[in-house]
Design a binder for this molecule. Structure first.
Ligand code: NAD
Length: 379
């Protein structure tokens, strides 16, 4: 192994296993990372599928016991791409073994677990990162720059929604995402957590929420035995009014029951001097409106965030040659590798994961009590 190389272990071989495997494979070819990742071992539960995933993405080894993998002295980074019920156990074991940890979102299934993960990572002094990858989309980074430069003035509104439709069919089976024990919550944690992360990144901490959650289809066929049905134990949709510590107000919505919306994560932000808007289904674009434009020329315009001066774009293609959703993961691992090299903690860190989990928890509590709920730790 060359000095700048670092061995990566990826736990989970399916949807996120593929997205992260692609990122680890692409990052050195395009982005000149400060450490070069070596795709050392991928770990799943099924030996055949794990070997196939290793072959497809170029992992050197395939393993089926994550406990053995995270203990290995040759591993530098553990990347957790399993369902939420195993995040805490795997991430804490990895941190205790001295590994940098990248963990999928939401960080955990409960606030308590997320706090334990943060404490373990801080105690071990390792880099820790939660995979809210939309933060690394160039147009979203540009939104942050525009806000930081004061071009929107005082932020007053954040309106965010993540809409999908893949649960519409009542015959869709009772997969792990519909089981509270495995997923923690439904639309709220699965996709609402992305909106919460964007809200926190762009408008600051959320202080209190008034939330509601609903489950439209309460039983579904069991996977593998469709004649039998089991109970859905998570929300199908979640909606919340939110008040930010800054005084801004907003709304957050998440549903997997919006026909025609495939993966529409969108937000609009209104400030005292302008507005901006983003939609994941058109992720290279940022809509902006500035009061400072000459009155006759005012109007929303579209910035195609593909110039080399736009955040994260320089390593890719000439202007206008758009990038995709998968690039956001490459940018995540690029910044994690830099943090590991520099001995720093990247963002979003497990601290962001904890704060996100506290907002999820507050929305759940508010929905149950039908009252506003405060977010722990936000004055
Ligand atoms: N960042 C994003 O945009 C995004 C998108 C989708 C999912 N996610 C998150 O990624 C995580 C995984 O979701 P997914 O869609 O990839 O799920 P998935 O069902 O497609 O894959 C889960 C994988 O974890 C493996 N696994 C489960 N338990 C394991 C164990 N004990 N040991 C080893 N492997 C184990 C399964 O075999 C499977 O390979 C979840 O936390 C989810 O919320 C994030």
């Amino acid at each position: 192994m060359r000095v700048s190389e670092i061995n990566v272990a990826l736990i989970g071989t399916a949807f996120m296993g593929r997205a992260h495997g692609n990122a680890w494979r692409q990052v050195a070819a395009f982005c000149r990372p400060k450490r070069t990742p070596r795709l050392k071992v991928i770990c799943g539960r099924d030996p055949g599928r794990t070997k196939a995933a290793a072959r497809a993405f170029g992992w050197e080894e395939a393993a089926t016991d994550w406990r053995e993998v995270v203990r290995r002295p040759d591993i530098g980074i553990v990347d957790v791409c399993t369902p939420g019920d195993s995040h805490a156990e795997i991430a804490i074991a990895a941190a205790r073994a001295g590994k940098a940890v990248l963990c999928e979102k939401p960080l955990a299934n409960t606030v308590r677990e997320a706090e334990r993960m943060l404490a373990a990572a801080e105690r071990a002094g390792v880099a820790h990162m939660v995979c809210h990858n939309f933060r690394r989309i160039p147009a979203v980074c540009l939104a942050r720059q525009i806000i930081d430069e004061g071009r929107l003035g005082e932020i007053r509104h954040f309106r965010g929604a993540y809409l999908e439709d893949w649960l519409l069919n009542p015959a869709f089976p009772l997969v792990w995402r519909l089981d509270r024990k495995r997923a923690g919550s439904g639309s709220l944690g699965d996709i609402g957590s992305h909106v919460i992360d964007l809200a926190r990144m762009l408008a600051g901490e959320i202080r209190e929420v008034s939330g509601l959650t609903e489950t439209f289809i309460r039983t579904r066929p069991l996977p593998g035995s469709p004649a039998r049905k089991g109970r859905v134990t998570v929300d199908d949709a979640a909606v919340a009014l939110v008040r930010f510590a800054s005084g801004a107000v907003g709304s957050i919505e998440a549903t997997r029951f919006a026909p025609g919306r495939k993966s529409q994560c969108s937000f609009e932000i209104n400030g005292s001097r302008g507005s901006l808007a983003f939609d994941l289904e058109r992720l290279n674009e940022l809509q902006v409106y500035f009061e400072s434009d000459p009155p006759a020329l005012r109007g929303f315009r579209t910035i195609l965030a593909t110039e080399p001066i736009h955040p994260h774009m320089a390593p890719w293609w000439p202007p206008g040659h758009i990038i995709g959703w998968e690039h956001s993961f490459t940018h995540m691992v690029l910044d994690l590798l830099a943090a590991v090299a520099d001995g720093t903690v990247p963002s979003p860190s497990f601290h962001d994961g904890v704060m996100n989990q506290r907002v999820l928890d507050a929305i759940g509590r508010s929905s149950a009590s039908r009252r506003w709920a405060r977010v722990k730790g936000v004055a």
